[in-house]
Design a protein around this ligand. Structure first.
Ligand SMILES: Cc1cc2nc3c(=O)[nH]c(=O)nc-3n(C[C@H](O)[C@H](O)[C@H](O)COP(=O)(O)OP(=O)(O)OC[C@H]3O[C@@H](n4cnc5c(N)ncnc54)[C@H](O)[C@@H]3O)c2cc1C
Length: 375
């Protein structure tokens, strides 16, 4: 297993549960944070339940009851009828990794791996931990190394296809004194502007997780991610909080919307490493955990010589294609904040538009009630 994010740890849990000897190689030392909105949708909670972790995760998380979308000084609030949660990635990923280890997987943290070769009976990897490089052999490799993973070669058959006009991700964890105005507890607050959109959510310790998807060209014109996020706050009606964001140190990601092939000889790819669409509805971790749990039986089939090539590719497409298409549509609409703002104005007058917008923005979260408000 390469990578101990939600995809890697769920896959390791699945493989260890099937009795496969499972080694997780992760380049960071844990706990580590990551650019992410930190919201787990109800379908993600189902994967956690499948692993027996839902109660533990809820204990360290904040239940999400409301989704709010603001653009051009207008806002739509959507009350949710199933509770997903918000949780810091330092906490969630440690819980998932510990659980996989308790199930029998072995973890090598602070170790980065690259693929050396594949032959008839296995894969050969180079694993470097800062003290030296060792060669390891594995019957199957599950690649869960995220958007910018370095395990597979970036050229040739594994090269990712990155969508033109893709946004990139930016995020930070803010102290409660700085982030309090951005969102209320239990609310995912999304704000749209010309540079992209920003989501904020309160975590269990009172800190605020802020994550944004930004257009590279507009961000450059505005002078960088900090200015882009402040501009979005002002455009969406939150001028009062914009200055508090002035000294935040933002972390960035690679371009977000991408796909690549998801299997090769003795290799399966899962999670963001397999493909990703922009994060507006917060589903990446849910897709990653579901894929991680789903791929384990295919890994076992390879080990027992019963795998039929292409099965994982079909299953992965079946699992993700419908929601990915919906996310792509939402992300295209979000490229036009004036359109969103006009729709929010219309939603104030027409309940049908309000309901349509509520269902589009709540995505897999399912809403019970929606109401227009001032941003
Ligand atoms: C701005 C933003 C907001 C988001 N908000 C949400 C949200 O609210 N809800 C949601 O569900 N999703 C959200 N996502 C998506 C979510 O973060 C990802 O979909 C999720 O982290 C994917 O998990 P993963 O396990 O595939 O990859 P990752 O979590 O990226 O884990 C990959 C791991 O692999 C390790 N690694 C990389 N290369 C190597 C190597 N060569 N050797 C060893 N280890 C390696 C990395 O250190 C990392 O720990 C958001 C993403 C962005 C960018």
């Amino acid at each position: 297993m390469i990578g101990a994010g939600p995809a890697g740890s769920a896959a390791a849990f699945g493989c260890a549960s099937l009795g496969l000897r499972t080694v997780i190689i992760e380049k960071s030392k844990f706990p580590r944070d990551k650019v992410c909105g930190g919201c787990i949708s109800p379908s993600g909670m189902q994967s956690l339940e499948q692993m027996g972790l839902d109660r533990q995760v809820r204990h360290s998380a904040v239940a999400i009851r409301t989704f709010a979308l603001a653009a051009g000084g207008r806002m739509l609030r959507v009350e949710l009828d199933q509770d997903g949660v918000a949780i810091g990635r330092d906490v969630l990923d440690s819980i998932l990794l510990e659980h996989a280890v308790a199930r029998g997987a072995t973890a090598r943290l602070g170790t980065s791996a690259t693929l050396e070769s594949v032959c008839a009976d296995g894969c050969r990897l180079a694993a470097s931990d800062g003290k030296g490089t060792r060669t390891l052999n594995a019957g199957v490799v599950l690649v869960a190394d995220g958007l910018a993973g370095t395990f597979l070669p970036r050229d040739g058959e594994w090269s990712p296809h990155v969508a033109s006009r893709s946004h990139f991700g930016v995020g930070a964890r803010l102290d409660r004194d700085i982030g309090w105005a951005l969102c209320e507890p239990g609310t995912i607050a999304m704000r749209c502007g010309k540079a992209g959109y920003v989501g904020a959510v309160r975590l269990h310790d009172g800190s605020v997780d802020v994550a944004a998807a930004l257009a590279p060209d507009v961000t450059k014109r505005l002078g960088g991610p900090g200015n882009a996020i402040r501009t979005i706050a002002i455009e969406s009606g939150l001028a009062s909080a914009a200055e508090s964001l002035a000294n935040v140190r933002w972390r960035g990601t690679a371009l977000l919307t991408r796909r690549r092939r998801v299997e090769g000889d003795r290799i399966f790819v899962v999670g963001d490493a397999a493909g990703y669409v922009e994060p507006f509805t917060g589903e990446g971790m849910s897709w990653a955990m579901a894929a991680g749990l789903g791929v384990a039986t295919h890994a076992r089939a390879v080990c027992s010589g019963e795998y039929r090539a292409g099965t994982w590719t079909l299953e992965w497409k079946w699992m993700t294609s419908r929601r990915r298409a919906a996310c792509r549509m939402t992300s295209l609409a979000l490229r036009h904040p004036a359109l969103i703002s006009a729709s929010l104005a219309l939603a104030g007058r027409l309940p049908a538009v309000c309901g349509y917008l509520a269902s589009a923005i709540s995505g897999p979260w399912r809403f019970s009630q929606s109401e227009p408000a001032r941003a």
